[in-house]
Design a protein. Structure first.
Lengths: 300, 278
């Protein structure tokens, strides 16, 4: 596409071809078109991120004191010691949600791509989780409430309804519902590019379904699956409403909520921004890996 | 919504024993998961139709939404509208430059522009609330919230625009140019109508996200301005579970669903390719 554009470009009116040698008007126009977007991310993403990185090396709210900020790395050592469980529980929740999505998402995507003819209905229903984790958490909390709709089912399964709400599984369940569509989207796209005749060929050559899955489907969809898992993991580490509304004291320590508590409620800016930076670091590592695997080729 | 015959499409394929059983299990699996998807919504819907303590039935709950939460709904709509406007104004030129112009570092730039999607909401929230406080002095303005929303969602607008422009052969623009149209005319009369569905996909995605956003809003909302999702969040935290709050959550989801169904009706689903919806 790009090369076509380039080769035909001289046909356009205007001064582009003539000026191509110097700093052309075209360059300037490109820059002008990109400027609003660049300004938006610079002012409201990159500068604020630099700001919190700086602030994470100051003590408490000493940033505000007239005698100047006290520089320290204590916030990070505190995270590595006292707040380590917060970080670990965040990673644990994200990992569990990713695993649940992966295990249930792969068959779902496979059936959707290969067998389902009513995909529009499925798509319409699959947008519900996109409306937000808040409503999912709210709904789940009502369902699991002792005396709520799920109580008879839970009793039949031998689970005390007081154990179901405010527990790790209910948090993970809500988180997996929220992120499930992203997983299915990624795996489904990858599966859509796998020729069904490959599976038929494998079956004709005597492969069992399990062998076809392991030797044909998994290798051919690896990029999509890995990208999906990383995307889900990256989204899940920022989980906020689910642990808060559905978790026990342990899950409520999830990092995003602690950032809010320490930063906005208790105005311990140093510690709160340091936690934010840690969260950001995890998110960046995951995103970097995910972009290496996924459709990073969208632009070129 | 169609309920397809589970055995449809089987006839064309080679008959394998147990095929029908596998198909039945497959479709049961799909529907089980879909039921789990809408379970929280159905539960909230049911809850919103129960009586409040001292209230009188479902109608009272929804009347309460209009009377008490009406302001919050209006704020949500207003913030969403302004955010969509900014998103369009930012993404259209940027998307055009990214697809149609050649410049070095294009891929890096695109990654840098879409990065907000991958930054956790709480991090965007804390970084913005601090810079709003100490650098920009935007804490009391509605625009602080709008710009925060725009930053978080404009990549969702940019991506469908880029996809739509890449799918649009450049010959239309060249033809227009050859026939003497100015750059602006070409842009307005040729490009914009042809990428309309892609643009709408972006609008839909951004609307759904912004309309239901509570997390960044919790950090940066100016005093006295509470959007509807934030109100839901606050109500659950302070007032516990209340059918009226459930009614508000149901209202929000129904408005969002209406937007999605309207889009499906008008444009189908294929324009959402390359975005976060199937």
């Amino acid at each position: 596409m790009t090369s076509t554009t380039r080769s035909i470009a001289p046909l356009r009116p205007g001064p582009i071809p003539a000026l191509r040698a110097g700093i052309s008007a075209g360059r300037l126009r490109t820059f002008g078109l990109l400027l609003p977007a660049i300004l938006l991310v610079l002012l409201f993403l990159y500068y604020p991120l630099v700001f919190i990185v700086q602030m994470s090396f100051t003590q408490g709210s000493s940033f505000l004191s007239p005698t100047g900020a006290i520089t320290t790395v204590a916030n990070y050592t505190l995270i590595a010691s006292r707040y380590l469980p917060n970080l670990l529980v965040t990673l644990q929740l994200a990992l569990l949600a990713t695993i649940v999505d992966l295990v249930f998402g792969f068959p779902f995507a496979y059936i959707l791509v290969r067998k389902v003819h009513y995909r529009t209905a499925v798509r319409a229903l699959m947008v519900f989780p996109m409306f937000g984790a808040l409503y999912i958490a709210f709904g789940m909390r009502f369902i699991l409430l002792p005396g709520g709709p799920a109580t008879p089912i839970l009793q039949a399964l031998g689970i005390a309804s007081t154990d179901a709400l405010f527990s790790l599984p209910s948090v993970v369940f809500a988180m997996s519902i929220f992120t499930f569509p992203f997983m299915v989207l990624n795996i489904g796209t990858a599966l859509g590019n796998v020729d069904p005749t490959l599976e038929e060929a494998a079956a004709c050559l005597g492969a069992r379904p399990w062998q076809t899955f392991r030797r044909i489907l998994v290798p051919l969809t690896r990029a999509g699956t890995v990208a999906g898992a990383l995307t889900v993991f990256g989204w899940s580490i920022g989980t906020f409403a689910e642990p808060l509304l559905l978790g026990s004291a342990n899950e409520q320590r999830a990092l995003a909520w602690t950032v809010y508590q320490r930063g906005v409620v208790q105005t311990d800016y140093g510690l709160s921004t340091a936690m934010g930076v840690v969260l950001l670091g995890v998110a960046f590592v995951v995103t970097y890996l995910s972009l290496r695997y996924s459709r990073g080729a969208l632009v070129e | 919504m169609t309920t397809a015959d589970p055995t449809a499409g089987v006839a064309r394929r080679p008959v394998v024993s147990g095929r029908r059983l596998t198909d039945a299990v497959s479709h049961a699996y799909i529907w089980t998961i879909l039921v789990l998807f809408i379970l929280p919504f159905v539960a909230l819907l049911g809850f919103s139709l129960t009586s409040r303590p001292g209230g009188s039935g479902p109608v009272a709950n929804y009347r309460y939404v209009v009377d008490t939460f009406g302001d919050n709904l209006l704020w949500s709509l207003k913030i969403s509208g302004l955010t969509l406007l900014i998103n369009v104004l930012v993404s259209l030129p940027a998307g055009y430059a990214i697809v149609r112009h050649t410049f070095p570092g294009k891929r890096t730039l695109f990654s840098a522009l879409t990065l907000p999607l991958y930054v956790p909401g709480a991090v965007i929230g804390i970084s913005l609330v601090l810079t709003y406080n100490f650098t920009y002095h935007l804490t009391t303005s509605m625009w602080g919230l709008v710009l925060a929303m725009a930053l978080g969602t404009f990549p969702l607008m940019l991506t469908p625009i880029v996809v739509a422009l890449k799918d649009l052969p450049v010959i239309f623009e060249e033809a227009a140019a050859c026939l003497g149209a100015t750059r602006w005319q070409t842009y307005r009369r040729i490009v914009l109508p042809l990428i309309g569905p892609g643009l709408s996909a972006g609008l839909l995605l951004c609307f759904i996200i912004v309309f239901n956003e509570y997390l960044v809003t919790l950090f940066v909302h100016p005093p006295g301005l509470t959007t509807a999702p934030l109100r839901v969040f606050n109500q659950i935290r302070t007032a516990g579970l209340d059918p009226a709050t459930a009614a508000l959550a149901v209202t929000m989801q129904l408005i969002s669903l209406a937007a999605v169904l309207l889009f499906f009706r008008l444009f189908g689903t294929r324009h959402l390719k390359g975005t976060y919806l199937l």
